[in-house]
Write a new protein. Structure first.
Length: 280
């Protein structure tokens, strides 16, 4: 994350002409462009390049990262549907500014976290509120497409693939999910992002193909972006822009009830896939 921030900072200085804070960058369209380019470039350099070079150095790029393994095509649709249905449940675990509280000895750190989260959220909403065609395409690339591909290459294709050879698969999934969450440095979403990381890890293990987790990751990010856009424009409840995304209890319960059978379908078809592979 520190390396990604440094890379973004250098690129932003080149694009924007001077060092710029996130508040400055999100104050006009030129800053929006610099921010999107920096996000895309740093993600590709840090996650995509690192995992790609590792895969190339150890053997076949596609095989090492899990692109080549045989899988049931239906896993892609199942991953998309599960990520969409599970979104309210995952977002329900977000901390809000009111619920995020640390011991008295850490109040200074708590104040810094709240200020950082508030600044980042305001900046992100400012970025995605630009509805010009170029901005919308840029946001989809920077928020949904590029992170889904390069982060999955690193965290599932490289990290989880490595850990699963060393420890129990479940330990590997949750360890990689925790690292995935911590590296994003989004404190309110620590638990939510860890749950997302675990779900994406299981997608990869159950299907045996990295494209499944990439699709699941993309759907989660894209759906979050669409919800934010709809809320900004008053089409749906503006409470969905709050830290906990404003999902009511009934929505969260429905999300939970629908997610469980979808995960069961994943596991059942994973067993069928493993049986078929063992019989070949």
């Amino acid at each position: 994350m520190m390396a990604a921030s440094l890379t973004s900072g250098i690129l932003i200085r080149w694009l924007y002409g001077s060092p710029a804070s996130i508040t400055t960058l999100t104050s006009d369209s030129d800053g929006h462009f610099a921010f999107r380019v920096a996000q895309i470039f740093s993600a590709i350099v840090i996650w995509g390049l690192a995992s790609g070079l590792w895969a190339i150095s150890t053997g076949s790029f596609r095989q090492c990262l899990g692109f080549q393994y045989k899988t049931w095509p239906g896993f892609l649709g199942l991953a998309a549907l599960t990520s969409l249905v599970a979104l309210p449940l995952a977002e329900w675990t977000l901390f809000s500014e009111q619920s995020f509280s640390l011991p008295e000895s850490m109040k200074e750190f708590e104040a810094w976290v709240k200020n950082t989260e508030s600044t980042n959220q305001a900046a992100l909403l400012n970025i995605i509120s630009d509805l010009s065609p170029g901005a919308v395409i840029g946001n989809i690339l920077a928020i949904a497409v590029v992170p889904a591909i390069v982060e999955e290459m690193f965290f599932r294709g490289f990290l989880l693939n490595t850990l699963v050879r060393l420890v129990n698969p479940h330990i590997a999934v949750w360890t990689s999910a925790l690292i995935f969450s911590l590296i994003h440095l989004q404190f309110y979403g620590l638990i939510s992002r860890m749950l997302l990381g675990a779900l994406l890890g299981y997608y990869f293990l159950w299907s045996g193909n990295l494209w499944t987790s990439i699709v699941g990751h993309f759907v989660h990010n894209f759906a979050s972006l669409v919800i934010a856009l709809l809320a900004i424009n008053g089409i749906i409840n503006n409470d969905l822009l709050q830290d906990d995304f404003g999902f009511d209890t009934l929505t969260v319960l429905c999300s939970s009830c629908l997610t469980v059978p979808l995960i069961y379908l994943f596991i059942r078809n994973s067993r069928k896939r493993n049986t078929a592979l063992s019989n070949e």
